[in-house]
Design a binder for this molecule. Structure first.
Ligand code: 13P
Length: 341
């Protein structure tokens, strides 16, 4: 039974379609404070609020051409309410440039007791009130990440069921507040498993996710999926070509993701910037049924070289901003299957 008003459904569809515009993707700049510690340690700068603000200001205030390739930016709560040097909120800067502000609403991974090191994701408490506030403050989409490990007997049935359910509850709550939920059940690339194993597990996880979204009456036309690409584990001895990754990825998606879903935006999951472009390009060039937009929602694959160029120095800001534009342009081309390398 329809539980969203026709107006709300229309708004969700419009937001999702705008985010998935041809040749555009998302910048995931929603690293938690703890994740920023890792990023800043790698370039030797202190992880304090001001440095995080300066870094996000760098990302958001370069060339306006960024909006040709980036349709939305995902923020962490702190960044969502931060401002540039002139006191203008970052989310207003985005809106003025035609980029939609998004917000990570989960509160991180927590252990699933009694399992072999598996996790679920917390953050449902007060989620509706938080979404309502974020909507008033300009957010139009959200992200919630669950992570599943491949290993001996992993992921467990329990982990698949629990993460599917929490993602469905999150998606339902977002939609009631006018916010497009990005559903992210990440199958992690850690381990020595081969490509076939990754495909098999990804299919099981996505099938369970969509079954549960249906049980919770989630309006699929107003959702986006953020999955892993199907790749072999980091420690797998066998190496695969981008064409193999593309075939495995699209096949897994064909078997599990309904055509009603407007778009699929991959995470980069530790791939290099170049690999993330090449693999996304191969996915878009793969000839087979692809009834959804296939694009990017990259964190590290958009930011790794930007951080290295910046290293916290104001004289490096514009070079780092140019680098961000270059990477966004490359991924944008890959999202059309037109990346030349
Ligand atoms: P990576 O692209 O660095 O994997 O991060 C994307 C993301 O937001 C994962 O939730």
């Amino acid at each position: 039974r329809q539980y969203l008003s026709a107006d709300k459904e229309k708004e969700l569809i419009e937001t999702a379609n705008t985010l998935m515009a041809k040749g555009k993707g998302l910048l995931a700049a929603d690293e938690s404070t703890a994740s920023m510690l890792k990023r800043f340690q790698s370039i030797g700068i202190e992880n304090n609020e001001e440095n995080r603000r300066l870094y996000r200001q760098l990302l958001l205030t370069g060339s306006k051409d960024l909006a040709n390739y980036i349709s939305g930016v995902i923020f962490f709560h702190e960044t969502f309410y931060q401002c540039d040097n002139n006191g203008k909120p970052f989310r207003e800067i985005l809106k003025d440039n035609g980029i939609i502000p998004g917000i990570k609403v989960d509160k991180g991974l927590v252990p699933l007791a009694g399992t072999n090191g598996e996790s679920t994701t917390q953050g449902l408490d007060n989620l509706s009130e938080r979404c309502a506030q974020y909507y008033r403050d300009g957010a139009r989409f959200a992200k919630w990440r669950c992570a599943l490990k491949i290993g001996d007997g992993l992921p467990s049935e329990l982990c698949i069921r629990e993460t599917s359910n929490v993602l469905a509850r999150y998606a339902s709550i977002c939609q009631q507040n006018g916010i497009v939920p990005i559903v992210e059940p990440e199958v992690l690339p850690d381990g020595d498993h081969d490509l076939e194993t990754s495909q098999y597990i990804t299919e099981k996880v996505l099938a369970a996710t969509y079954k549960t979204l249906s049980e919770h009456h989630v309006f699929l036309e107003g959702t986006l999926l953020k999955p892993n690409m199907v790749t072999a584990g980091f420690d797998c001895k066998k190496k695969y070509k981008p064409e193999d990754i593309a075939r495995a990825t699209v096949t897994a998606l064909q078997r599990t993701v309904p055509p009603a879903v407007p778009g699929i935006c991959f995470l980069s999951g530790g791939q290099s910037e170049e690999e993330a472009s090449v693999n996304l390009n191969a996915i878009n060039q793969y000839s087979g049924k692809k009834p959804w937009a296939l694009t990017f929602s990259y964190g590290r694959a958009l930011q790794a070289s930007v951080l290295t160029l910046w290293t916290g120095k104001s004289e490096n800001v514009s070079a780092a901003q140019n680098q961000l534009l270059k990477r966004a342009q490359a991924h944008g081309a890959a999202a059309k299957g037109e990346y030349k390398g």
